[in-house]
Design a protein around this ligand. Structure first.
Ligand code: PLP
Length: 376
């Protein structure tokens, strides 16, 4: 419950005073003007030519700067390379009809980044710094926000320890960056099968699973490779202790539609509190769809799929939005298929379309979710 209450409070956050948009130098403006997106765009594969950067030392953050996108110079003994003090966020800016770019619930990402920072003994970021970095970057990259179906400007804020030294102590110097990638859909395949991972675990109680810590994702790659080898596009993680309860996908939260109700596992210290998860729950409320946050035994889920009580599964996250999952699979080749629904009957597609309409400014959301970026 503590996580639910904490997350509920987060949804009430409002922006405080706005910091000015940082100017671009002529060289950086030229770099933006010259940028030509590849075709197809892909997801996260091409980087915008500018980034935002701030450094932390002596207990203080520097001002944010806009810079040319460029490699970092890191000492080979720098602490993030050895001890993994690296955290990040995933967000998107959307193109509005009037040409402006808009962030979506950005303070929730700040809140989660600062929770990740606290867990990893890293310094928190002030709201003004975080928002100035994002708004300045998005403002100048507005012409590069793609406008096609499923396209947006994917934003990746990240923080890493930069001090040199091999002693296992918290670093005293950090770098914060925001990089941006004009991107298309996350899943290249329209059919998604998730492999139920029954050996490895993603997150253990008391560990870092509820935070966006880089190492969580590195530790999931082996299972994702196994899944891909077996023809699956995702890994469905079970709890680390009993290997029995559904937790989430490697980078997305989990929902099942059972007897007309949405089931999702309750947040805990092993599940990332997704902002999309929160949106889906609020949108479901406006559509009179009940949501049950309760532990989901994998055997109950499989039984509900086999008996036809579970009609839909979906993954949700910033990158994947709301993506239907068409089947679950076991390592021995057993597949549990979900029925093929007509698009008009699919609740996950209704939720997805609703969310995208809010993100692109076509529809008002249940909350004040969209933050258009402007120069004043
Ligand atoms: C492990 C994990 N779960 C869930 C999510 C979904 O979170 P959000 O909806 O905030 O993108 C993400 C993505 O950030 C993730 O990495």
């Amino acid at each position: 419950m503590i996580f639910k209450d904490k997350f509920f409070l987060v949804t009430q956050m409002n922006l405080t005073a706005k910091s000015p948009i940082l100017p671009l130098t002529t060289d950086l403006q030229h770099a933006v003007d010259r940028f030509t997106p590849p075709s197809p765009l892909g997801f996260g594969s091409v980087m915008a030519p500018i980034m935002a950067k701030a450094d932390y030392s002596d207990g203080h953050w520097s001002h944010v700067e806009l810079k040319a996108y460029q490699p970092l110079t890191l000492d080979p003994a720098c602490k993030s390379l050895h001890y993994g003090q690296q955290i990040f966020e995933g967000m998107k800016a959307y193109a509005l009809a009037d040409g402006r770019g808009a962030l979506f619930r950005p303070l929730l990402n700040l809140r989660r980044l600062n929770e990740s920072a606290a867990r990893m003994a890293m310094p928190e970021l002030p709201e003004a710094l975080f928002m100035q970095a994002l708004e300045s970057l998005v403002y100048h990259l507005q012409p590069l926000i793609p406008r096609g179906r499923d396209e947006s400007l994917y934003l990746r804020p990240l923080m890493l320890a930069t001090d040199t030294g091999l002693s296992l102590k918290p670093a005293t110097k950090y770098t914060f960056l925001v990089i941006a990638s004009p991107s298309g859909a996350y899943f290249s395949s329209s059919k998604v099968t998730a492999l139920i991972e029954r050996q490895d675990c993603r997150a253990a109680p008391g560990g870092t699973g509820a935070y966006k810590v880089a190492g969580n994702y590195g530790a999931a790659i082996r299972a994702d490779i196994k899944a891909a080898r077996l023809g699956c596009q995702q890994t469905l993680w079970l709890d680390a202790v009993q290997k029995t309860y559904v937790e989430e996908f490697s980078g997305m939260n989990f929902f099942a539609l059972v007897d007309g109700e949405l089931w999702t596992p309750p947040l805990s210290d092993t599940i990332l509190g997704g902002i999309t998860r929160d949106c889906v729950m609020q949108i479901a409320g406006t559509m009179d769809i009940g949501v049950k946050e309760a532990p989901i035994h994998i055997n109950d889920l499989i039984a509900a799929i086999k008996s036809g009580h579970c009609l839909e599964l979906f993954a949700c996250g910033t990158a994947a939005v709301v993506s239907p999952v068409h089947a679950l699979a076991e390592q021995d080749g057993t597949v549990y298929d979900l029925p093929s629904l007509k698009p008009v009957d699919s609740i996950s597609l209704k939720l997805r379309n609703y969310l995208i309409a809010v993100q692109t400014g076509e529809k008002a959301g249940p909350g004040d979710w969209l933050c258009p970026v402007s120069s004043n």
